[in-house]
Design a protein around this ligand. Sequence first.
Ligand SMILES: Nc1nc2c(ncn2[C@@H]2O[C@H](COP(=O)(O)OP(=O)(O)OP(=O)(O)O)[C@@H](O)[C@H]2O)c(=O)[nH]1
Length: 400
Amino acid sequence: MEFVIIAVAIVVVALLAVVGLLVGRGRRTTRLDDDAAQSLGRGTTLTRPTDDAPPAAPPLTVPPLGTEDVAVPPVDLPPAQPEPGLVFETPPPSAGRLVRLRSRLARSQSSLGRGLLTVLSREKLTEDDWEEIEETLLAADVGVAATTQIVQRLRTQSLVLATGDGPALRELLVTELTAVLGPDLDRSLATDHDLDRPAVVLVVGVNGAGKTTTCGKIARVLVGDGRSVLLGAADTFRAAAADQLETWGERVGVPTVRGAEGGDPASVAFEAVKTGRAAGVDAVLVDTAGRLHTKSGLMDELGKVKRVVEKQSPVDEVLLVLDATTGQNGVVQARVFTEAVAVTGVVLTKLDGTAKGGIVVSVQRELGIPVKLVGLGEGADDLAPFEPRAFAEALVGPGV
Ligand SMILES: Nc1nc2c(ncn2[C@@H]2O[C@H](COP(=O)(O)OP(=O)(O)OP(=O)(O)O)[C@@H](O)[C@H]2O)c(=O)[nH]1
């Protein structure tokens, strides 16, 4: 009997132990959830996967740099996939774009052209009139040296013109503005030439200048001109920037190489150029993160991106994107960027949003770098090659 009682007691103790263990486990799980809930406020992500949660997408990463390995096996690059139900767009070719966008430019700059023509057509120009002309040019950010040149030449030439001759005065003004816009500068893009490898373009500038948009627009211009393109999203600071670039590419069937958020931008740029070479595309456009020209560490990083890419291929073009609405500060930015990387051309964006179209003159004069493209709106095809004469025509407008 005693034996039976001891056996029953052992079974009861064992059962209690098992129940205790199970209850304890359940509590730990609950505490984990509580911790997770609390930790959300502290920015930690401690979540329990549920059966119905979609599997996490594998991170898109670019493998570590293998800069010594520059042999490029050929790859067959699949075009970017458009969103379901969408077909690739066929952008218009670049030729004649500035003429098509002229009305937009003329609208934003009308005060400059109209102001100058109104004064010039006065019966007899006094010193005050010439001062007014000077002020109008300076207010449009043409810069002191170019303003002086324009005014001097206008003074000499207007003497031989009969005042009131509107069309002749207009022509005179267009000619003088064209002269200060550097009509002889080489504004061709590296992507215009046929190379036996992809033309490599690096797009740089401060935050929000319009780099990603410009990359997307250039890709469209090239596709419209029948060229094959690959995009490199070396802006690894902002995942949204890479998404934005990829979307631009998807619309016209251009693939994008991107890296993990916070990854090494030089590595992504290198990989993009390597992939582009292997696929035999005509151009690789590399978008970089916006950086303040005052942060030397970020400027050094830009130099590194270029040097690393150069282990794979020469960089044919470094385009500095400047927001025209920032006025003379754009010139200051540009100077610092040119010290970090050899800038070969300027893209002046948002000219549709400022009356200071003369900034084109200041940028070119002070930096000796040609403005190659101008952004005239947020629309996909609102980017045009810069043509001095067409630009001057738009600045002056149709005449008074
Ligand atoms: N009106 C106008 N807006 C423009 C033009 N170019 C770009 N933008 C706008 O400027 C804003 C910034 O453009 P992004 O391309 O994102 O600039 P970003 O330099 O890549 O920015 P970060 O990556 O943050 O440095 C967007 O809203 C664009 O639509 C232009 O020519 N005209």
